[in-house]
Write a protein that binds this ligand. Structure first.
Ligand SMILES: [Zn+2]
Length: 308
């Protein structure tokens, strides 16, 4: 009886395979892609120093993930409170330094503008004073050539000379103050440069402004200088979540270093299509089995080495 059932199954399968289109149907059944159904995520903790509400973060993630979804022509990500994958915003040294740099820069800009105005006013007053001194000297010279000024004119000339001397003293005072302000400005520029150097040094150790950690099922955002940079980082880390690796094009979203670029390049699209390609279930199963076998052998080796 058993052989009859087996024979019927074989005949049904062979006949089914002969029907046009049935092979494609079977292929579809056994081929899967990680992009078949949306990957889920939930929003975890957001450090208040980022100044972003939950809704703003949710909208930012929507904006970021839709770049991938639009490129693939289907919804690739979905927010779900039940998801294991959590997006956290953790304020780190880079955000602190970046905020510090931006504040110092705007303070210095307004100070510089103010100083420039004061310096140009000083030069204008100096030039006027020089002209007045030259006119007075010419008058004195002319009276001297005539053998001396009458007493009333002499007193007037002395008074003018005193007034100009006072003005010169005041201008010298202004020059000293401007010099002090310029020194103070330069030392603040020095501080700013030190902050920028420290920021760049930290950035060279941690080039990415976020991190996707598959072991802990988290995406962490550490800092962003502006909105575009945040969207770029979110898009980049969600790309990693989908399984994408880094690409060579410096303008690409999946380039290893952060930029404010929000346009998906051909390198990004190639990587996205590669990750979303259909793969045979059997091949995937073989891959999983190979990983499992590798891990088992390693565990066994570790056990043997510790017992030795
Ligand atoms: Zn990366």
């Amino acid at each position: 009886m058993k052989w009859l059932i087996s024979l019927i199954i074989i005949v049904v399968v062979v006949v089914a395979l002969l029907i046009p289109g049935s092979r494609d149907y079977l292929n579809n059944l056994t081929s899967v892609s990680p992009c078949d159904s949306p990957l889920t995520y939930k929003i975890g903790s957001i450090d208040s120093r980022f100044g972003l509400s939950n809704t703003e973060v949710s909208n930012d993630i929507d904006e970021a993930t839709s770049l991938w979804s639009n490129a693939e022509g289907k919804n690739l990500f979905e927010e779900s409170p039940k998801s294991q994958m959590t997006v956290n915003f953790i304020y780190d040294q880079r955000q602190q330094l970046d905020t510090q740099i931006q504040n110092l820069q705007s303070q210095l800009n307004s100070k510089n503008q103010n100083l420039q105005q004061q310096i140009s006013a000083y030069y204008q007053q100096s030039a006027q004073l020089k002209q007045q001194i030259a006119q007075l000297n010419a008058q004195i010279q002319s009276w001297n050539d005539k053998g001396g000024a009458p007493a009333s004119v002499y007193d007037q000339l002395i008074q003018q000379q005193k007034n100009l001397q006072n003005e010169a003293n005041q201008l010298n005072q202004t020059a000293k103050q401007l010099n002090l302000s310029t020194n103070d400005y330069n030392s603040q520029v020095h501080n700013l440069n030190q902050d920028v150097n420290q920021f760049n040094a930290t950035l060279s150790i941690k080039p990415e402004e976020g991190l996707y950690d598959p072991n802990n099922d988290t995406i962490t955002i550490y800092f962003a200088s502006n909105h575009d940079e945040l969207i770029h980082t979110l898009t980049h880390e969600f790309g990693h979540y989908l399984g994408m690796g880094h690409v060579q094009d410096p303008n690409a979203i999946m380039y290893a270093y952060s930029t404010s670029n929000l346009k998906i390049t051909q390198d990004d699209i190639n990587e996205l299509h590669y990750v979303c390609r259909k793969q045979d279930v059997f091949v995937l199963w073989l891959y999983d089995f190979r990983v499992y076998l590798h891990q088992t052998i390693q565990n066994l080796q570790n056990q043997t080495s510790t017992t030795n």
